[in-house]
Write a protein that binds this ligand. Sequence first.
Ligand code: GTP
Ligand code: ZN
Length: 186
Amino acid sequence: MEENVLEVAIKKFLEEMGEDPSRPGLSETPERYVRALRELFKGLETPKPELKTFKTEYLLGENDLIVVKNVSFSSLCEHHLLPILGRASIVYHPKRDEVIGLSKIPRIVKWLAKRPMLQERFTAMIADEIMKAGARGVYVLVRAKHSCVAVRGVEDPDVEMITEAVRGTLEANPSLLERARKLVLD
Ligand SMILES: Nc1nc2c(ncn2[C@@H]2O[C@H](COP(=O)(O)OP(=O)(O)OP(=O)(O)O)[C@@H](O)[C@H]2O)c(=O)[nH]1
Ligand SMILES: [Zn+2]
C-alpha cells in the first residue's frame, strides 16, 4: 500500500529522533499513530451532534436546575498536541416547558473535545452550545489534567486545571449560580 504523507512525516520524525522506523516494533507505528491522532481530531470532520430538545408536557419550577455531572472526555492541548483527560459538569436552567435530551449533552461535550483545544475555550463552547439549544442559563465546570504538564515541562501529574463558564440567568442571578456551583463542586 502506498504510504501517505502523514505516515512518511512520522517515519521521518522517528528517524530524526534516533530511532529505526524499520525495526519490527516500529514498522506499523507511523500508520497506527496517524490513525490514533485522527481519532483525537475527529470533531473537525464529523457533524456536530444535535442538542435535541423535548417539550415537558408539564411545567417545571421557575428556578429548577438540571445537572449533568461527570461527563468524561479526552482532548488534545493545542500547544503541545498532547492528551488532556477530564470531566465536565453542566448545570442548566431550562425553559419551564422544554428540556434537552440527557444523552445529547455528553455527546456534544465529547464531540467538542475531539480537536486541539484550550481548556478555557472548550468550557466556553460547551456553555454556548447549551444556550443555543434554548436554555435560559448555564454553568459549566471542567476539571482536567494535561499531559503536557504531567509528563514533560514541569512534570507534575497532580496539577489539575479547573475552568468554568457562566451564561444567561446563572450569570445574572448570584443565588442561582451559588446553587449551581454547590450541585457540581465536590
Ligand atoms: N491556559 C491554558 N494553558 C494551556 C492549556 N494547555 C496548555 N497550556 C499551557 O500553554 C503554555 C505554552 O507555553 P510555552 O512557553 O509556549 O510552551 P512550553 O515552553 O512548552 O511551556 P512549558 O510547558 O512551561 O514547558 C504552557 O504554559 C502550557 O501549560 C490550556 O488548555 N489552557
Ligand atoms: Zn500542552
